[in-house]
Design a protein around this ligand. Structure first.
Ligand SMILES: NC(=O)c1ccc[n+]([C@@H]2O[C@H](COP(=O)([O-])OP(=O)(O)OC[C@H]3O[C@@H](n4cnc5c(N)ncnc54)[C@H](O)[C@@H]3O)[C@@H](O)[C@H]2O)c1
Ligand SMILES: [Zn+2]
Length: 380
């Protein structure tokens, strides 16, 4: 049984010299967690960090897999949600790891979505000056984005993800069956990050998503192979970019397509469930396309095509979709300036020449963004 699962898995390597690792993608791959860990770090103990929602569905399978392979393990389960990326919960995680007598040579398993990956990954980066860790992403967002690339962080009163470290995992096990229990709204929000890879660098993948999104969301047998394929394409794209620019000195910034507008909108909604991250960046990507078209960089038909796809899957496509209203233009510009350093009235934006071709544009004038957003707000 285990051997069969292993043969079926898609393995995407992340090439970073001595920090290289594999992303293992497939239905049921969590069953191989223990044997893979035992192969990578013979004799190591594991400490699992998870949240209450995820643990209810996936903890038993993770622990059983570790036990079968003889990997001793203990665990900590924290409350779900962004609030757990706090100093307080971070302290709890670090102390629990030390209580469990996890030594250098042992490892942390982050079993959950992006919140758990960021929190447990950051604890792994600093406890005993650095422990190995394994990502077991359980949301679509985490499988296609946050579990790969080594960014870890908690939040500060000054903003999200401001206290963190680059710390690569030694393995990512993305079991697509775990997505079956994910609430539909969370799944759809994660789908926006999947579309991002098509929009920023792979027009053929965007076309494939237009043709196959029903399979990805669906329940039939076509779903399994469609999900695996989509997660693998996204992970290959992210692995390639991270392999060339681990610390985001250049190209890795392309992964922020839609995120400048998106983060400002999330902040405007108080990072509440009025607007999930993926929903915010769906709107952000539409705005990036419209802004690029307004500048004459992209053709007018491109934003329309992007909007059509997001609308088809049920993602928001514009500011008017945000329930509860937005603050005024000045406040939104302030939030954009907080997210991006403004240098002499100039902003750096990820713009697009076409679907599948994003570019980093350092010379975007603040007043141009203001005029554009003013038009968008007027449309509401
Ligand atoms: N490190 C990075 O590169 C990176 C990239 C993007 C986002 N992030 C971070 O990721 C976080 C968002 O991640 P997320 O969207 O995965 O949110 P999340 O971890 O909060 O998960 C969303 C919700 O789904 C629940 N859940 C998770 N898996 C489930 C499952 N299989 N079944 C049922 N419920 C499940 C969680 O308990 C939670 O309530 C943010 O904090 C963001 O800053 C990090
Ligand atoms: Zn994102």
């Amino acid at each position: 049984m285990t051997a069969l699962v292993r043969d079926d898995a898609v393995v995407v390597p992340v090439s970073l010299g001595s920090r290289s690792y594999d992303i293992v993608i497939g239905r049921g791959t969590i069953a191989t967690l223990g044997t893979r860990i035992a192969e990578l770090r013979p004799g190591a103990k594991a400490f699992i960090v998870s949240d209450e929602n995820v643990a209810a569905h996936a903890m038993a399978a993770a622990q059983a897999a570790l036990k079968r392979a003889g990997v001793a393990n203990s665990r900590l389960i924290v409350a779900p949600g962004e609030a757990s990326k706090s100093y307080r919960v971070f302290e709890q995680v670090c102390e629990a790891i030390l209580d469990a007598q996890i030594e250098r040579g042992d490892l942390i398993v982050a079993l959950g979505g992006g919140v758990i990956g960021d929190l447990a990954g950051f604890a792994a980066a600093v406890v005993r000056r650095g422990l190995d860790y394994v990502q077991v992403p359980t949301t679509l967002l985490a499988q296609v984005d946050s579990s790969v690339g080594g960014k870890t962080a908690i939040d500060s009163a000054h903003g999200k993800n401001l206290i963190g470290a680059f710390h690569q995992p030694i393995l990512v096990v993305a079991d697509t069956a775990l997505l079956d229990t994910l609430p539909e709204r969370e799944f759809r929000a994660g789908y926006a990050e999947l579309v991002k890879y098509g929009l920023l660098g792979d027009a053929a993948f965007f076309s494939w998503l237009e043709a196959h999104w029903r399979d990805i969301f669906g329940a039939g047998s076509a779903r399994n192979s469609a999900r695996e394929h989509a997660v693998a394409v996204a992970c290959r794209a992210k692995a390639a970019i991270v392999g060339r620019d681990e610390r985001e000195t250049g190209e890795r910034a392309l992964l922020n397509l839609g995120h400048t507008f998106g983060h400002a909108l999330e902040a405007a909604c108080g990072f509440s469930d009025r607007l999930l991250h993926g929903e915010a960046i769906a709107i952000g990507m539409v705005l990036a396309f419209e802004f690029s078209a307004r500048r004459g960089l992209a053709a007018a038909g491109d934003p329309e095509r992007v909007k059509r796809h997001f609308a088809a899957v049920g993602l928001p496509t514009g500011l008017s979709a945000i329930r509860g209203g937005l603050p005024g233009l000045d406040r939104i510009m302030e939030l954009i300036a907080q997210d991006k350093k403004v240098k002499r009235g100039m902003l750096t934006f990820i713009l697009v020449r076409a679907i599948g071709s994003a570019v980093i544009e350092a010379g975007v004038e603040e007043r141009e963004v203001r005029a554009f957003l003013n038009e968008q707000l007027a449309r509401q």
